[in-house]
Write a protein that binds this ligand. Sequence first.
Ligand code: SF4
Length: 362
Amino acid sequence: MPVTAKIPLAGIPPEELPELLGSLPPYRSVQIGKWLSRGVRSFSDMTDLPESLRAELEKRFILRSGSVSARLEDDDGTVKLQISLSDGLRIETVLLTDGEGRRTACLSTQAGCPAGCVFCKTGSLGFRRNLTAAEMVEQFLRLRDIEGDIANIVIMGMGEPLLNLAEVRRALGIFTNPRAFALSARRITLSTCGIIDGIRELTDAGPGIRLALSLTTGDEKLREELMPLGRSNPLALLREALRSHQRKWGQRITLEAVLLGGINTRDADAEAIAAFAEGLDVAVNLIPWNPVEGMTFRGMALREPTGRELRGINAGLERRGIKVTRRFRRGRGISGACGQLGLMEPGAGGSGMDHELSPLVR
Ligand code: SF4
């Protein structure tokens, strides 16, 4: 857990502020809530509060608990921030800008990840701890500091969000709260490696955000090898959980397939994905694996799919009536692309990001 004793206000939903602030009149918590949603960086910037109150707040609370320890910008406009948490662990968060200038924040939910997917560098580094809601909101604020408005959030950074669902739901509550960031739930996508209990909880309790499943392959045995948590989350039950979510929230589901050259790019793989998709409204997002040095499967080095393999599985899916999208390859130059986000230990490295030092996530 973070070692700071002061409470980080970034993780407090507006409705909890009055109780936390104690004896202050209700209008004060409304004022403070507004400052928080504007991303104010210092209590002294809360200019409509008396100075004595600002000083009091400063004693009890902090606005942000981490600090930006490095920033990298790719030629395509992707920005990756490395954030040092209050206990010294470092995580990464990414700002993506599409061709029309819309900005998307890609947030991390854990330092490291316990899921251990073999193609993901985050998984290979193991699990350190869950992030708090405040640490997730802080990533959003720090990305917003860079460029202003952010249109979308994707929860696809480091970690498996459904293994930290309580804090993730708390952060989602703040993002979608009309008195905080007021983002529509439809503009938020959570990507999971397929934790059935978590999907069910999200279905029951909301919010109705979009779901993306990191499917990778519809071949159950291969999937269990590539994604060890598949063993306790079988495909048939997973599909049923997604179907229930879709029935309740009516959102199209994205099936993500990280394509590994020579492993999951045959026509049989297209067939297996199509079989999994049956009865669901989905789009399949094909994600050519982003190279991370030293990663192996069955004793062989992983490799990117060839252009031919890519075209082959794409055509195989389309022939079976599946809508296919390709993830834009952004951020590769700064290890900010899918599968490349990094975790650094306290003291490791120094200032400045080294591409090779920080490769990792989905
Ligand atoms: S792909 Fe996602 S769930 Fe799998 S190890 Fe990486 S971060 Fe964890």
